[in-house]
Write a protein that binds this ligand. Structure first.
Ligand code: PMP
Length: 359
């Protein structure tokens, strides 16, 4: 067996310790005589896994009792529609900040449900920066303000939030658990699991309890956040194995010292890679340095004709999935929590050697 450094943006690398634990527990989970995949979601065993995942996540993010933690199915893209379906009830519009491909997709879906006010956009800057928050055209009577704090494709991230009375609804798919966040500043946080949480198939949704009252009867019951909360995310069969793996990832993260400890490592990883890119005229990153993502680092080669060779040679060197998103091309290194500093260093060493061979 030889595992490589996996720079995939999602489904992304998982901690090896987690995979080994899942492997050890695969055939017989804690004496149950079956794997987690084979047990009833209503069994006491699975209910204990679900409760553990919720409790660990609540500890890691310091989530207060004012919030419900839901495990939702369908992917973060499902929530692009599910959120307006639930939360615009009784409102005329919703505000959206447009900072890249994922915010744009969320906007497109929301338009099916309500009038969308795009309060600020960096489209004209090719999504390499974030609009100045003081210039946002916020309508304080809207249902909420939606934003995506880490644009996985563009490699753009911001940590500050606009000042507003509106509930902030945030796509934190590529942010969650990578840095400290103050949950109390948000109305709703959602995140597809397949980056920093676990395998694809489950979405973390943290919703302030007062917002549950908005979820109208016209929302399909399987999509209704109030109904999901009342049924502990088990209206129907949840993605049990994905939730189990998420619980193991949360346990691993607690063992690493929690979010603050992993954030310190993430800062060092990103800094090392950006410093190297900036020191070279062979590679470049187009994003405003103030908003460069710590998780997703896109870069291009000055000589585009070398791209396919770069990808071929990096793959051969055990550095997997460095191609940029199909919509933008170039390269992208996704360096989520499970990517160790050694992996980032191996990438930098490869990039330096590639430059020396081909400049
Ligand atoms: N939002 C962000 C920020 C993402 O990176 C992604 C997936 N890469 C999505 C939403 C969509 O997630 P899913 O594929 O789970 O629908």
């Amino acid at each position: 067996m030889s595992r490589v450094y996996n720079f995939c943006s999602g489904p992304a690398a998982l901690p090896e310790a987690v995979l080994k634990k899942a492997q050890a527990e695969m055939l017989d989970w804690h004496g149950a005589g079956v794997s987690v995949m084979e047990m009833s979601h209503r069994s006491t065993e699975f209910m204990s896994i679900l409760a553990s995942a919720k409790a660990r996540l609540s500890r890691l993010l310091d989530i207060s009792d004012d919030y419900e933690v839901l495990f939702v199915q369908g992917g973060a893209s499902t929530l692009f529609a599910q959120i307006p379906a639930n939360l615009v009830n009784g409102f005329e519009s919703a505000c959206y900040l447009d900072t890249g491909a994922w915010s744009s997709k969320a906007i497109k879906e929301a338009k099916r449900y309500t009038k969308v006010n795009v309060v600020g956009s960096s489209k004209e800057q090719n999504y390499t920066t974030v609009p100045d928050f003081s210039s946002l055209k916020l309508d304080e009577s809207a249902a909420y303000l939606h934003l995506c704090a880490n644009e996985t494709i563009g490699g753009l991230e911001f940590a500050d939030l606009p000042e507003t009375s509106l509930p902030i609804v945030a796509d934190l798919s590529s942010t969650i658990l990578s840095r400290k966040i103050d949950v109390s500043k948000y109305g709703l946080i959602y995140a597809g699991a397949q980056k920093n949480v676990g395998p694809a198939g489950v979405v973390i949704c943290i919703i302030r309890k007062d917002l549950l009252a908005r979820c109208g009867d016209n929302v399909p019951s399987i999509w209704n956040f109030e109904n999901l909360a009342a049924n502990d995310s088990m209206i129907n069969t949840p993605p049990t194995f994905a939730i189990y793996l998420a619980d193991l990832v949360f346990e691993w993260l607690e063992e690493q010292g929690g979010v603050e400890a992993i954030e310190a490592i993430n800062i060092r990883k990103a800094q090392a890679l950006y410093d190297f890119i900036d020191s070279s005229d062979f590679y470049s990153n187009p994003v405003d340095p103030a908003y460069r993502s710590r998780m997703n680092v896109p870069f291009i080669l000055a000589d585009e004709s070398l791209e396919s060779l770069f990808l071929k040679e990096s793959e051969a060197a055990g550095l997997r999935t460095l191609a940029g998103h199909r919509s933008v091309g170039g390269m992208r290194a996704s360096i989520y929590n499970a990517m160790p500093m050694e992996g980032v260093q191996a990438l930098i060493d490869f990039m330096r050697a590639f430059e020396e061979r081909h400049r």
